[in-house]
Design a protein around this ligand. Structure first.
Ligand code: FPP
Length: 260
């Protein structure tokens, strides 16, 4: 729930930004960064390429972002890889996206593991085919002891559905007498979400210039800083990541209270 304030590693390329000067003192690095990776389709269209080419390039940007997060001292990185609404896309695109996911799981997990990345998946994994479901569970098991970076991949994820499921499970527990309904509070609801035990995101980045949350981490991002960037996701790299972190460092986080 809390955000850690750490010293920014010297190696981090703090990009020039449109905002004002950085506050004096140690630069706060967000403990948890969440990313809405948007713009793959527009990236491909601009090059007269099929949309899948944008998604493939987007997967490369995911690799760069994981590396940038590790280098920056970020402890948690959540990426919105497939929303519950994405199932409504044409069948051919859904097939491309699930094919890419299958390829990613088959070819990238070993390297992520050797780099100390721990994988977590949130969302309705039951909607994927059995081989993908099994690969998700295997990746979580394999990387469970890693501590360098926690990578949370949101797949078939929708925040409203997640909150409704949590409410349903608490209602069932209350009906069965396992909990007192009067004892339901924010902490209990948070611990019924798919992100139970994870810190809330401190910073949410959305690429492609769109400015909305699109049903992503609606509960968890209540006090996150939002940074919207014009870059299309396949072009996203370490300089953009550093730019977002610099923008985050400029923000004054008050969590609804008054400044000290
Ligand atoms: C949004 O772009 C992006 C997605 C719907 C999928 C995100 C997937 C990836 C980045 C690659 C796969 C990642 C993994 C981990 C396997 P859009 O298609 O909505 O773009 P548009 O708004 O320009 O059409």
């Amino acid at each position: 729930m809390s955000s850690a304030t750490q010293k920014l590693p010297q190696s981090l390329p703090v990009a020039a930004s449109k905002g004002g000067p950085l506050p004096a003192g140690p630069v706060p690095v967000p403990k948890h960064v969440a990313v809405i990776m948007d713009g793959n389709g527009r990236w491909a269209s601009a090059r007269f390429l099929p949309r899948v080419a944008g998604h493939r390039e987007g997967a490369r940007a995911v690799r760069r972002t994981i590396e940038a997060a590790i280098q920056s001292g970020v402890e948690w990185l959540t990426i919105y890889a497939f929303s519950s609404e994405n199932w409504q896309r044409p069948a051919s695109e859904v097939l491309d996206l699930t094919g890419l996911l299958r390829h990613y799981l088959k070819n990238e997990i070993a390297e992520l593991h050797s780099n100390g990345v721990r994988l977590h998946f949130i969302g309705d994994r039951m909607r994927f085919e059995t081989d993908i479901g099994n690969a998700l569970a295997d990746a979580e098991r394999l990387t469970a002891g890693n501590t360098r970076l926690n990578l949370v991949v949101a797949l078939s994820y929708g925040a409203r559905d997640e909150i409704a499921s949590a409410a349903r499970s608490l209602a069932i527990a209350a009906k069965e007498g396992r909990i007192d309904p009067a004892a339901i509070d924010e902490a209990m609801l948070a611990s019924s979400l798919s992100t139970a035990g994870m810190p809330d995101p401190d910073l949410v980045i959305r690429t492609s210039g769109e400015m909305r949350l699109s049903n992503f981490l609606l509960w968890q991002a209540a006090y996150a800083e939002l940074v919207f960037m014009d870059v299309l996701w396949p072009d996203f790299g370490p300089v953009h990541f550093a730019e977002a972190l610099t923008e985050y460092a400029r923000r004054e986080r008050r969590f609804g209270a008054r400044p000290a």
